[in-house]
Write a protein that binds this ligand. Structure first.
Ligand SMILES: [Zn+2]
Length: 325
């Protein structure tokens, strides 16, 4: 079973909001494409597990750990009775070569080295042995989930740590044969003590680049007409409640400017002054928490996952005509 959810990273969420609200620069476009491909690859990996079955296993997904002084990011960590298995997931497609410690694609060298990443992670995880109760080994594999990935590799030793799409299900079934028992449960509890929040800072963005206003959550169009309770998209006909629009603006602000407090005037600004500030304030009091920040108090939100935020704070969808995704 999966012990943790897999969510889009802060950086991916940031770039997706930026895409809605600004003209992306070339570097940002490339980064967004890469982040999306990576996330799709991770979802493919999860889906393969769902197809194989993982009820008897303990699998952490999208994990950040602090072990001694090292910060580790692990795409998937399978906890067994006597071993941990690190899976670094890659969604590469194309003709890749690996030789003399470096990777290249179509003849061009790339800086990323997933084999080294997985090896470093495994090396740090082995340190957990000394504080824990049961001995265990650490295995690692780089999981290339894209069927259009082709690899030429120079050594059998490195090849041992690679699994490609055509072999993924065999590999997973082999792991699934070993059921997780009490030692695995104890080891997963040890691992939980080392979990940290995603520590990556998102890039800074100039407020002047940001397009303010309300946009359609389905097609991204800013051509909306508003009635008392809903927005209606002039491009695709999709409707959203005003309350939903306000929460979306709060979340967008938190993703774009994570270092800044969320203030009423910031949300009024981001919604393009299209809504009554009192209505915005009412919803901020519903969806945000007021915390002390130094001598001042500021609004914060508990999560930037809008679906979760709406659920936790008791969103009432009675003014929705269609279900909002
Ligand atoms: Zn639309």
């Amino acid at each position: 079973m999966f012990l943790t959810d897999r969510k889009k990273t802060k950086e991916l969420n940031f770039h997706e909001v930026l895409e809605r609200r600004a003209e992306l620069e070339e570097g940002e476009k490339r980064r967004l494409k890469m982040l999306r491909q990576g996330f799709e690859g991770e979802q493919t990996y999860d889906r393969l597990w769902d197809e194989v079955g993982h009820e008897q296993l303990l699998i952490f997904r999208d994990l950040w750990l602090k072990v001694e002084n090292a910060t580790l990011q692990i795409d998937a960590l399978i906890v067994g009775e006597d071993r941990l298995i690190v899976n670094e997931i890659k969604n590469y497609s194309g003709m890749y070569q690996y030789g003399n410690g470096s990777w290249s694609v179509n003849g061009f060298q790339i800086s990323e080295d997933p084999l080294a990443q997985a090896s470093r992670t495994a090396g740090k995880l082995i340190r957990l042995k000394y504080g824990g109760s049961h001995p265990f080994d650490v295995d690692r594999k780089v999981a290339f989930v894209n069927p259009n990935f082709n690899l030429t590799i120079d050594s059998d030793e490195n090849e041992k740590h690679i699994v490609t799409r055509s072999m993924m299900k065999y590999y997973m079934r082999d792991i699934a044969r070993r059921h997780a028992g009490p030692n695995a449960a104890a080891l997963s509890n040890t691992i939980r003590n080392f979990i940290i929040d995603d520590p990556m800072a998102t890039p800074e963005v100039e407020a002047g680049r940001i397009r303010t206003g309300l946009y359609c959550g389905r097609c991204g169009s800013y051509k909306l007409t508003l009635d008392r309770y809903r927005s209606h998209c002039g491009s695709c006909g999709h409707q959203e409640t005003i309350e939903y629009q306000i929460v979306k603006a709060i979340v967008d602000y938190a993703l774009l400017f994570p270092e800044q407090p969320i203030e009423k005037r910031s949300v009024v600004w981001l919604t393009g002054n299209q809504l009554n500030p009192r209505r915005i304030e009412f919803n901020m009091n519903k969806y945000c928490r007021l915390v002390r920040r130094g001598r001042h108090s500021a609004y914060v939100i508990d999560t930037t996952d809008i679906t979760e935020l709406l659920k936790v704070k008791g969103y009432n969808s009675k003014y929705e005509k269609r279900k909002i995704i």
